[in-house]
Design a protein around this ligand. Sequence first.
Ligand SMILES: Nc1ncnc2c1ncn2[C@@H]1O[C@H](COP(=O)(O)OP(=O)(O)O)[C@@H](O)[C@H]1O
Ligand SMILES: [Mg+2]
Length: 472
Amino acid sequence: MSAVLWTVETMAKVMNGRLVGNHRAGVSGLSIDTRSLIEGEAYFAIKGDIHDGHKFVANAHSAGAALSVVSEDWLNRLDGETGPLLIVDDVLEALVRLAVASRARSKARIVAITGSVGKTTTKEALRTALAACGKVHAAVASFNNHWGVPLTLARMPEGTDFGVIEIGMNHPDEITPLVKMARPHVAVINNVAAVHLGAFKDVDAIAHAKAEIFDGLEPNGTAVLNADDERLPLLTELARQKGIKNIVRFGESAEAEARIENLVMHGSCSCLTAKILGDDMVVKVGAPGRHIVQNVVAVLACCKLVGADLARAALALADMKPVKGRGQRHKIRVGSASITLIDESYNANPTSVRAALALLAASVPKTRGRHVAVLGDMLELGPTSSQLHLGLADAIVENNIERIFLVGPEMKALESALSGKAEVTHVSSVDDLIPLVKADLRDGDILMAKASLGMRFALLIDDLLNTGSAES
Ligand SMILES: Nc1ncnc2c1ncn2[C@@H]1O[C@H](COP(=O)(O)OP(=O)(O)O)[C@@H](O)[C@H]1O
Ligand SMILES: [Mg+2]
């Protein structure tokens, strides 16, 4: 039996719930999805965008749930037996209460991370670094919204030394309640860029929304800001207005307190000297790319601020690996071609596509191999979407990408912009793309694929990984 995360008695008390049926003394974890539920966990019947979790309570119990947290409303409509229940007014609200109780019982130092790009990558790097120094708790995936943040907090074991919480947003006033649950000692804003511009007037408006992360900072907490970001002055001003006294800046700029000094980028890693809040260090970063190094100096600043051993944290980063869909590399054989696949299929916006093109350019193909970029539409960019897509032309040319595949209506404009500068093919969907790419690949090629999640590039990646035999 795994360790008890919460006693059922405590859950009922903090969630203001009523117990029905025979239940165990404690639960080993919390689940909101019966397909991944592990025996002994409590199931929370949350209402999602598509399904109401109450539909799956019976599945939860057949999967071995210790109990299900359900709403009074649903119970009234129920006929028949379903197993042990904890009945509350509103399931999400109950999860939030448990999250608040979890934070209150914890002695962990908490870091909250927001920003336009790289939150999950930074969260994973921070997890790797802090794991060398104590017990770390962070979400298994990008759980950064109105249910992800409370779920992550409520799942934090009592003996945690360091908690890492990713906080995302699509519109104003989304971060404030989430950060007030997390009450971080350190709050990071990775960067501010044109992402989800749909809900915002301009990028400054995004900066204002990101600055909501200061609303929940613990007294005497520290804001960690990107020294190289155009909106550093605005964020600094907003932090000051919200009464934040401690600001640490990270990046390449000379004024950064967590500073990249000398940087050498290799195909599969980066090496740098850095000064982190007064400490000189040599750091090897196990995943390539300048953008990863940016995240890493923020991570090292956080480690120092939460009292972790900086040397241990830095050593651990040598073994960090790119996160799935965010730069993961595979050596595969497609037909007679032996190629390297860089899987950036998780998401795309102008900032991360530029970073990925630079990453591709920094990788050196074997003789006769080419740099191949497969770029799909960047979604949710609002009225300036066409300009933002066209704006990628310079980055493609600067990085000397020899072969380009463009996918989707928004990418169409780039085709003519690049004509004569690279070999370009445009198609309308990933289904049309797959056979063309496979037929085009040559031995030694490095292929980087990037698009918004809705462009379904995972199909391309899966197809290449399944048909291409893996090579070591
Ligand atoms: N600092 C950064 N600047 C630009 N791109 C980045 C940065 N960090 C990560 N990326 C890239 O951005 C994409 C999204 O990364 P992810 O960590 O999932 O971000 P988020 O959690 O903010 O959505 C990935 O392709 C990743 O490699
Ligand atoms: Mg994320």
